[in-house]
Design a protein around this ligand. Structure first.
Ligand SMILES: [Zn+2]
Length: 396
């Protein structure tokens, strides 16, 4: 684990520097403005591959055999409303990538040949879509150590319920929990990383359809969902989408510390009107925040949105300094604000409080760890959270 972390750090570090030019909440566009990325600063990544409204005549309609060209109605609107609700509720921006092209022109949830059907302009949009998502995944991994990805869709199945896809089909979801918890089925899962390491030591089966599963957190708030504690798996013969290309590529199916789910939204009560879209988006925002606070960060998930891995050089209003970052054996924190009581709380990457130090004005506190690891430092000023920093561990 530490060696792969360090290797990853060496590879990603130059990119991290470049990433700092993205401002959270701002839109950035790929070629021809066909793909939009709204930069984030929290450990949640969203995408809307099938909600594009643009149909330029310069790109021929896809006509590959067996390819679907039907859009997921109102899912771009849902993705934008979800990002807005998260910001209103937490002050943090999720990362959001939107394919603005209609599915007739580009399917951003397929591999390239089927996605663009041989058209180079659509192919460039596909590349932009995945470059933005890959960049968001790197940013979240190196700022927070882990995170959660949601690919938003809409289904036309008869049963009006959310279908959460973790890459397990309905036969597999009906297996006994003991089977779902063995390596074969965790190995197929888009939440493989979370199943191995989560704040409450829940099992894979618990995370799929236990009382604290995402499906149940949505059910509790008035939206039917499967899998969930209430509806653990689709019955034989019932239609169900188990996740697709993006879920496999950006969840933890292939490893890494970002888990993922495909959310297929039913139409009635969710996508019929923009009023319903807004209401559901806000509920989904609350459920997702609840989910990452329960399973990833022990209540710290949103506090840490101001966290950054950049060295703090004391340019903030309270002259707080923290260096070096990255650290090898120890780092120092100081502040120059004699009128206030300062406290530094040091957390590990699972949100466990390691220890607390009080900071006197003008006196540097040296922080040394017996175990070398990446940590979060939450700084309180007169009891209020003033800032949060990610301090990365790296020794040459
Ligand atoms: Zn779709």
């Amino acid at each position: 684990m530490p060696s792969s972390r360090i290797l990853g750090f060496l590879v990603v570090f130059p990119w991290l520097l470049a990433a700092q030019s993205f401002t959270p909440g701002q839109s950035y566009f790929g070629a021809n403005n066909y793909v939009e990325y709204i930069a984030g600063n929290m450990p949640i990544i969203l995408s809307a591959p099938h909600g594009g409204l643009l149909s330029p005549a310069s790109i021929p309609d896809r006509d590959c055999s067996g390819c679907s060209t039907v859009n997921d109605f109102n899912t771009q609107e849902l993705a934008r409303a979800l990002a807005n609700s998260m910001y209103e509720r937490t002050g943090c921006h999720p990362h959001l990538v939107i394919n603005r092209l209609h599915r007739r022109k580009l399917d951003a949830n397929r591999d390239l040949p089927e996605a663009a059907d041989g058209n180079p302009t659509a192919g460039q949009a596909w590349t932009d879509f995945h470059n933005f998502l890959g960049g968001a995944k790197n940013t979240v991994t190196w700022t927070f150590g882990k995170g959660f990805y949601v690919d938003l869709h809409g289904h036309a199945h008869t049963i009006q319920r959310l279908e959460l896809g973790y890459l397990l089909n309905s036969d597999e979801l009906r297996l006994p929990d003991d089977s779902l918890n063995n390596n074969t089925y965790t190995g197929y899962s888009s939440i493989q990383n979370l199943a191995e390491n989560n704040a409450q030591n829940l099992s894979h089966a618990d995370l799929l359809h236990g009382e604290q599963s995402l499906g149940e957190l949505l059910h509790d708030r008035g939206y039917a969902a499967t899998p969930s504690f209430t509806d653990p798996a689709p019955d034989p013969g019932e239609d169900y989408f188990s996740g697709g290309y993006n879920t496999a590529r950006y969840g933890s199916y292939n490893g890494g510390a970002i888990d993922g789910v495909q959310i297929e939204c039913n139409r009635t009560g969710i996508r019929d009107s923009l009023t319903q879209v807004e209401r559901f988006a806000d509920t989904l925002a609350v459920a997702l925040i609840d989910y990452i606070e329960r399973h990833y960060f022990n209540g710290l998930g949103t506090v840490l949105c101001n966290s950054t891995s950049a060295p703090d050089t004391g340019t903030n209003p309270w002259q707080m300094q923290l260096s070096p970052n990255p650290y090898c054996r120890s780092f120092q924190i100081s502040q120059n604000d004699p009128g206030a009581v300062w406290q530094a709380e040091i957390f590990d990457f699972y949100g466990n409080l390691l220890f607390v130090r009080s900071l006197e004005a003008g006196i540097s506190e040296q922080i040394t760890f017996p175990q070398r690891q990446n940590v979060f430092v939450v700084l309180r000023r007169n009891g209020e959270i003033a800032t949060a920093r990610t301090v990365l561990h790296y020794c040459r």
